[in-house]
Design a protein around this ligand. Sequence first.
Ligand code: PGA
Length: 257
Amino acid sequence: MNIVRCDSAEQAVRHAAELLRAQVARSPKSVMGWATGGTMARLYQELVTLQQQDPLDWSGVRSFHLDEYIGLAADHPQSYRHFLRHQLMAPLGLQEAHAHWLRGDAPDLEQAGRAYESALAQAGGIDLQLLGIGHNGHIGFNEPGARLDTRTRVVRLSPRTLAANQRFFAPGEVQPQWAITLGIQTILESQQIVLLALGEDKARAVAAMAEEPPSELCPASALQAHPATTLVLDAAAAALLTCKNTERSALPAQLPP
Ligand code: PGA
C-alpha cells in the first residue's frame, strides 16, 4: 500500500482528485469504478472545481459503480445512481452511454449481479477503483465478515452502516436495509485502487486496514494484498497509524539530489 498523508482534508481531497485526473489524462477511455458517500461528495466537488479551472475530456471514460441500495429506483434522490449522475457525471461530461449501473431495483438481483460482472469482464476490468472506508472497515458494502472470494452480490447492511448513513435520509423516510455491492475479489481485480479517508472518526478503521493482520473483520484490510493501492489520508484519519515514517508513501516523481 502506498500511504499518502496530507496535512488537511482539503489537501487530501485535492491529491485524490489529481490522481483521478492523471488517470483520465493518461488514458481517456479508462474504466473507472466510482464510489459514493460523504467523502466522495467532497471529492467530486473538487473534481468539478478543477474542471472549471482546467477542463479535461471525460467523455470517453467508462463508468462502473461500487454499490447500490436495494429497492430504490434510479431517480430516487438517495440512490447511488442518482448521486453519481448529478454530482459526478453531468458536471464533468461523463457519458451515460458508457455507464454501467448496478440496478438495485432489478426484478432478479442475482442475475443483475452476474450481468454486471460480465459487463465488467467485457470492458477489460476496472483500471482505477475509487473507494471510501466505513467506520467498520467496509469497502463498498462488503461488511465485516465478507469473504475474500466474494463477487457482486446482495448483502444485508450492518447496524453500524445503517446508523452512519441515516443522515442522508429524511426523518420517516424508509432506509433500505439491503444492498448490492461489488465483492472483495471483484475490487481486488482492479488494476489500481485509490482509497480516500478523512477525519478522526475513520482513524481506527484506517489503522486496522493498513497495519493489522488482514482479517475478514476488517474487509478493507484485504487491500494489503493488492499491488497498486494508494491510501490518501488527512492527518486525522492517519492519526492512529503507528508507522510514522514515510517509507511506504508514494515517492515524488523527482527525487531531490
Ligand atoms: P462516508 O462513507 O464517506 O459517507 O463516510 C464511506 C463509506 O462508507 O465507504
